[in-house]
Design a binder for this molecule. Structure first.
Ligand SMILES: Nc1ncnc2c1ncn2[C@@H]1O[C@H](COP(=O)(O)OP(=O)(O)OP(=O)(O)O)[C@@H](O)[C@H]1O
Ligand SMILES: [Mg+2]
Length: 265
């Protein structure tokens, strides 16, 4: 007799998310029929971290990368905008114009997009695609969803065009799994106050960050198999444990990430 198991419908529950992850992997492994659309061939695993300012992306990306390294995977830890020398230069132009430049010649939204896409195209071609081809696990702090959330929902640029541009710049590369860190804007901005690394986005209004947060949540609704919303107002330890619980089945399902020989001394 066919047995069925009821799963929790709470999107924050681990069981619910694990089942969705398995669906995402199954759907990826069925992609790329000879007649289907061309996708870059790769065998690694591409994980992205998204969310508003101060939501804990970098903290958790580092922790997960370390966990994966300890398990013996070859891990590339990277970020956007950035990840290559040229893209890191562009990051500086994007995030850290001088106070004078900010007032006399503020970046217009289209220029923001152009800079982000310039950096992304370099990052994808020089770093991400070659690493994925080699079978590495990539842990990337922000990617295309940030462009849609910030420049689309935040700045009001048309989403359809942004999607098409970002697909073009990324050569069709999309993450296998995205963790979206969600928490109230006020809490994220409060966490940012401790940072010495002030950037241009710290000068944006609360209303802007709220549009961005809403945008991310809307993107998560549109791509429920790929984007996993993480309740980010919890302790860093609890979140790290949840990510491990979510990622392990994916690794075990044999995405062929290359396992290095772990040397025991
Ligand atoms: N779960 C947590 N609870 C409390 N504080 C946290 C938590 N996670 C991270 N922090 C702290 O909040 C601040 C922001 O964290 P982090 O830099 O990881 O966020 P981020 O999303 O990468 O921010 P940004 O968008 O500015 O890069 C840091 O000081 C960090 O130590
Ligand atoms: Mg960060």
């Amino acid at each position: 007799m066919l047995q069925t198991r009821r799963i929790s419908c709470n999107p924050f529950s681990c069981e619910y998310q694990r089942v969705r992850l398995r669906c995402a992997v199954a759907s990826r492994s069925s992609q790329g029929t000879p007649s289907g659309p061309r996708r870059p061939r790769r065998k690694g695993l591409f994980i992205t971290f998204e969310g508003i300012e101060g939501s804990g992306k970098s903290t958790q990306a580092q922790a997960l990368a370390q966990y994966l390294r300890d398990k013996g995977f070859e891990v590339i830890e990277t970020r956007e905008p950035g990840g290559t020398p040229v893209a890191e230069h562009i990051r500086e132009v994007f995030l850290r114009p001088t106070r004078e430049l900010r007032s006399v010649d503020p970046l217009v939204p289209e220029c923001e997009v152009a800079l982000i896409l310039a950096a992304r195209s370099q990052h994808v071609a020089d770093q991400l695609l070659p690493a994925l081809k080699q079978g590495a696990v990539i842990v990337c702090d922000r990617f295309s969803d940030s462009t849609l959330a910030y420049q689309g929902f935040g700045r009001g640029l048309p989403l359809r065009e942004l999607r098409s541009l970002t697909r073009w710049a990324a050569k069709g590369l999309t993450p296998d799994v995205t963790f979206l860190f969600d928490l109230p804007v006020s809490q994220g901005l409060r966490r940012r106050l401790n940072s010495t690394d002030v950037n241009r986005l710290d000068h944006e209004t609360v209303a802007f960050h709220q549009r961005v947060r809403k945008g991310f949540l809307s993107l998560a609704q549109q791509a429920p198999r790929r984007i996993h919303t993480i309740h980010a107002a919890r302790s860093a330890q609890a979140i790290a444990q949840e990510l491990i619980t979510l990622i392990n089945p994916l690794l075990e399902q044999g995405l062929k990430a290359r396992r290095l020989t772990v040397k025991h001394s």
